[in-house]
Design a protein around this ligand. Structure first.
Ligand code: FBP
Length: 574
């Protein structure tokens, strides 16, 4: 082949390879972003001191089950006055539960803080979630790995899982792993259930010298501590990813004026995500589970509430709109929640007696219903409510619970079920001459996509600072704490890293038919400024097309450093 032709072939091949590469310009560009540190953490690992002004109460059950860590008091992290010489340490980190954008930056933060404190400190990553602490599956985190994953979404640097460390045998295996690895510290990045794991690990690893610190992570936004922790990391990015989609649907439906879009948004039981996405997009109908509970609305009332807006808009010639539905809406419906609790209890009791291959979910649907029907806690009234529900919802209520005993809202197509019920109701309204519109619909579920999105600058910075705060706590000898940052609504310079004791955050909750000590989820506060503002604005948004189009997440220019609107509104007070 002539040199010139050969050169051309090579060029073409290089072009093809560039098109097929899994490296995108966006990802490459995001790697170059260096999250800044708040003033307290800028100078290196901080010291800790008791934080005055707030007494946190600890439940008796927590004092009994966590006698050591329940004595922890609130800590604030302050700049260290003098640098202490340090011995090399090994610190483990595990990503736990559902992915949340920013997880890789927590690791980057721990790594940077550790290496800065002592170049021979080593960071060990557990692979695939908490079960890898039990089975000792790990790798050593390197500077190259950190550089590669920094500011990227997902948890795939290490992988994640939902295993619960809930038996003495599993705990013993964790002790063996930490001893074998010589871990002086372990950071658990997770939501309420993962931080529950962290509290029990802290209690049980104390005598082998492994300190444990939790990190508040969850897109759901429900890991909050009033006055101390405004939101977990990951919430903002996921909300912005969902808001991009809903904003686009606003734009589409206003253009072709043809469809009602039913959007279910992730978030498990609490409606924090719907609240934020509502502020970002101004949809026509916004369902907030906590409000439905307070007003004691049945599912049929909720259907009516949606249908009333559809009818009203149809009168104005607007046969289109967007609706936001929290995925956990069922929990806030008293009648349905009672069914969920009773069925969870019955399934747990059945599975305790059964072998793995004979578990409740191996039964046919008819046999499952029959078994439930025969149980003592199941009343005739429960059967009437259950049989009055659409078949898809009946089947949804019987789905397997997760490893922590939680009902898996993500698996129930609530938006489709509600859509069907609204359509049936509107047919009746049409028969009565009340509704004259055309009800064409599309249904959507946004959840897993938002968990894997690129983190916003806010989440990049927040998670990176949390990683540094966790290292400061470990360095200062703390265990049984959650690293947190106060004053997130203020400029980053003024962020205040703290250590929140895990024990006071715990309450008793029914899991697998038993009362268990777990970290309490925080629902949307109906007295919060953000909710009150929403309640005031939404009537206008229902009828007018007051749509807001946030567009894709911005990393540069105006909007790049935005924070969650709910965070900012709540900080304004009122
Ligand atoms: P975390 O609480 O672990 O952060 O996970 C939250 C979540 O994303 C919920 O919003 C959702 O209901 C659930 O996980 C889905 O779980 P899974 O990944 O097991 O399907």
């Amino acid at each position: 082949m002539k040199a010139k032709t050969k050169g051309k072939v090579n060029q073409t091949q290089a072009a093809i390879e560039a098109f097929l590469s899994n490296e995108t310009p966006m990802r490459a560009q995001r790697r170059s972003y260096q999250p800044p540190l708040c003033a307290v953490l800028k100078g290196g690992a901080g010291a800790t001191r008791p934080m005055p002004g707030m007494e946190l109460e600890v439940l008796k059950a927590a004092r009994d089950q966590l006698p050591f860590v329940s004595q922890n008091r609130l800590l604030e992290i302050v700049p260290r006055q003098e640098k202490r010489p340090d011995r090399p340490r090994r610190i483990g980190v595990v990503l736990s539960g559902g992915p949340a954008p920013g997880g890789h930056n927590v690791i980057a933060g721990i790594f940077a803080a550790a290496k800065r404190a002592h170049p021979e400190h080593r960071v060990i990553g557990f692979l695939g979630g908490p079960k890898s602490i039990i089975t000792n599956k790990h790798l050593e985190i390197t500077a190259e790995m950190v550089a590669h994953f920094k500011n990227s979404g997902g948890f795939h640097m290490l992988g994640t899982g939902r295993d619960k460390i809930d038996t003495p045998e599993k705990m013993e295996q964790c002790r063996q792993t930490c001893t074998a690895l010589g871990l002086s510290g372990l950071v658990v990045v997770g939501g309420d259930d993962s931080n529950t794991n962290a509290a029990f690990l802290a209690e049980n690893l104390r005598d082998i010298g492994t300190q444990v610190i939790g990190i508040p992570k969850t897109i759901d936004g429900d890991l909050q501590v009033p006055g101390l922790l405004q939101i977990p990391f990951g919430y903002h990015s996921a909300c912005m990813a969902f808001a991009t989609e809903v904003g686009n649907l606003n734009s589409d439906c206003k253009s072709d004026r043809k469809y009602w879009h039913f959007n279910r948004l992730m978030g498990r039981s609490a409606s924090h995500i719907v609240l934020e996405v509502a502020f970002q997009t101004h949809p026509n109908v916004i369902l907030i589970g906590e409000e439905i509970e307070e007003k004691e609305l049945t599912i049929h009332n909720v259907v009516r509430l949606i249908a009333d807006v559809v009818v009203e808009r149809a009168r104005m010639g607007k046969d289109y709109g967007t609706i936001l539905i929290p995925e956990g809406i069922l929990e806030f419906n008293q009648e349905i929640n009672v069914l969920i609790i009773k069925i969870s209890h019955i399934i747990a009791a059945y599975n305790r007696e059964a072998l793995e291959e004979e578990s409740f979910h191996k039964l046919s649907f008819e046999d499952q219903v029959q078994f439930i029907d025969n149980n003592d806690i199941w009343r005739d009234y429960d059967s009437r409510v259950f049989l009055g529900l659409p078949p898809e919802l009946q089947r949804g209520l019987l789905l397997p619970r997760d490893s922590h005993g939680n009902f898996q809202y993500a698996l129930v197509n609530t938006e489709r079920i509600l859509l069907g019920m609204v359509a049936t109701y509107l047919r009746k309204q049409r028969g009565k001459g009340i509704y004259k519109g055309t009800f064409r619909t599309q249904n959507h579920y946004y959840g897993y996509d938002g968990r894997g999105t690129f983190p916003t600058n806010f989440d990049c910075d927040y998670a990176y600072n949390l990683g540094h705060a966790a290292f400061s706590l470990l360095n200062a000898g703390a265990t049984g704490y959650m690293a947190a940052i106060k004053e997130l609504h203020k400029p980053m310079e003024d962020w205040q890293p703290i250590g929140i004791p895990l024990a006071p955050l715990m309450h008793l909750e029914e899991r697998f038919g038993r009362l268990e000590l777990v970290i309490q989820k925080q629902k949307v506060d109906l007295n919060s400024p953000a909710f009150k503002i929403l309640a005031h604005e939404r009537e206008k948004w229902a009828v007018e097309d007051h749509y807001r189009f946030p567009g894709p997440i911005q990393f540069h220019g105006p909007g790049a450093d935005d924070k969650p609107i709910t965070l900012m509104l709540n900080a304004l007070g009122g």
